[in-house]
Design a protein around this ligand. Structure first.
Ligand SMILES: [Zn+2]
Length: 501
């Protein structure tokens, strides 16, 4: 007799990073994603721990998309004894080697910084209620894998076209369906068994908004499934209004005064018009895969339509530049309007003022410019990367705006700044925040509450089962309550919990 299939939620169960799910069909074991835990050193230390399953027994690995919280531990697989094929879509297969290699070199760089005493230090000094100890890494971070191990992991990657059923292990088929989250992202339908023992499990990966301005619509399985393994990142959150993204000022908290977070909101296009007219210099901390392309395509189309004037926009990320090329190469996977641009040999990201900076020298040249400009740099959480160099220069300058467009996880400098930190220490230097800090809502790469519900209803049978993983406890609980009122059975696994399906 075949044992009951199970889903082991080994990461991102009731949290938003460290995605890892082991599906045991009874005959084969399939690992869906193996991502990094992120958000401060206590989280990062979890990355080097035992993953909670025997990787030597894994028969196939699925990668839903190339974000670090879904792929960042994959370079460890060889060392853990897993040499199985890693299945993903073609765009993901094209980018994953570079993503893992740059993660490995970053890990090496961090250890070198510790050895030479040059670790970027950052802490919040004021207001007192937000003051923190060191936000950076106080202990030597673990090296999870070397560049050579990252390369060897990338050698295991196999691509599978959207909508094709690929046999990934004995008796197990996987079908990749558009998830509209980033280029190459997918939900994955796993099917195994025959007759009465036939099983179908749909793993959502990260689900993009129902109407992505950049990516093709969500893909549907041929028929609804009995069980969903689903993310709930934006559970309980309503999406942006019909007017598009909105911007609000984050008022720095002053000790002794009533904290005021958030001024009046205005539309993103109105904000950009004003900022350009008054010659402000904007810094957008953003991730290279997905967020920068979403921002660039939004600005490019606003410039084309004339709602925002042409102004210089610099992208300080060689990785983002390559990913822009990746989107353009896979133009048929985009929403019809950007797809048409790509078909004509144009890019959805391009306009006269846009410059992709592919080296440190080009970056220094861009900084020397006067007048209104925007600069995009990573990391989006302001915990590493070139954005720290730009923050050190711009945070104390009244003529600058720091503009956050993405969710900030607690324990990062981005979280502190977007919640009103008024004085920080960066690289040993005290900086009073004189730049205006702004938060833009409506750019989420994740579907909001209502869209998540529609997504589930279109894919699971009435009364079917939904296992919610990826999402904060509050977001998950909120979405679970809605699903239950619609008659679904909902599981909220804890990290390390195995659920029979
Ligand atoms: Zn993602």
């Amino acid at each position: 007799m075949i044992p009951t299939p199970t889903v082991l939620c080994a990461g991102a169960a009731g949290e938003v990073t460290g995605s890892a799910n082991l599906i045991d069909t009874g005959r084969a074991k399939v690992l869906v994603d193996f991502g990094l835990f992120q958000g401060g050193h206590s989280q990062e230390e979890r990355n080097a721990e035992h993953p909670g399953f025997d990787a030597r027994e894994v028969d196939a690995v699925i990668l839903t998309h190339a974000h670090m919280d879904h792929c960042g531990r994959m370079g460890r697989l060889g060392k853990l004894g897993c040499h199985a094929g890693i299945w993903c879509t073609e765009p993901t297969a094209e980018v994953i080697a570079r993503v893992l290699r740059s993660s490995a070199s970053l890990q090496r760089l961090r250890v070198e910084e510790h050895a030479s005493g040059t670790v970027p230090s950052m802490r919040v000094l004021a207001p007192a209620s937000m003051a923190t100890g060191e936000l950076g890494r106080t202990t030597v971070p673990p090296i999870l894998y070397s560049e050579a191990e990252a390369k060897s992991t990338a050698g295991q990657v196999r691509s599978c076209g959207y909508g094709e059923a690929c046999q990934i292990a004995e008796g197990v088929n996987a079908t990749f369906l558009d998830a509209s989250h980033v280029i190459g992202s997918a939900s994955v339908l796993l099917e195994w068994g025959r007759g009465l023992s036939r099983r179908r499990l749909l793993c959502s990966g990260d689900i993009g908004p129902a109407r992505s301005p950049l990516l093709r619509a969500h893909g549907l399985p041929a028929e609804p499934v009995e069980t969903l393994l689903m993310e709930s990142t934006n559970g309980g959150r309503a999406g942006g209004g019909a007017g598009g993204p909105m911007v609000r000022v984050v008022t720095p908290h002053i000790d002794g005064a009533t904290a005021v977070a958030g001024g009046p909101s205005e539309s993103f296009s109105e904000y950009l018009r004003q900022a350009v007219a008054s010659g402000r210099r904007l810094l957008f901390p953003a991730f290279a895969l997905g967020r920068m392309q979403l921002l660039l395509s939004w600005i490019a189309s606003a410039v084309r339509e004339g709602t925002v004037p042409e102004f210089p926009v610099f992208v300080d990320s060689a990785m983002a530049a390559r990913i822009c090329d990746l989107y353009a190469r896979h133009g048929h996977l985009l929403d019809p309007a950007p797809a048409r641009l790509c078909a004509r040999g144009e890019t959805p990201f391009g306009f006269e003022g846009m410059r992709l900076l592919r080296s440190r020298r080009e970056s220094e040249g861009a900084i020397a410019q006067d007048g209104a400009s925007a600069l995009m740099a990573g990391s989006g959480f302001c915990d590493a990367g070139p954005v720290l160099r730009h923050l050190a220069r711009m945070l104390g300058d009244e003529g600058c705006d720091i503009v956050f467009t993405g969710h900030q996880i607690a324990g990062t400098l981005g979280h502190a700044l977007s919640h009103g930190a008024s004085r920080i220490e960066l690289h040993g230097r005290e900086i009073a925040v004189r730049a205006q800090v702004r938060v833009v809502s409506g750019f989420s790469g994740h579907a909001f509450h209502g869209d998540l519900l529609n997504w589930a209803q279109q894919r699971v049978i009435p009364g079917g089962r939904v296992i919610l993983n990826h999402g904060s406890p509050a977001a998950r609980d909120s979405f679970a309550a809605t699903l239950r009122t619609h008659g679904y059975r909902v599981d909220l696994p804890q990290p390390g919990e195995a659920i029979s399906i």
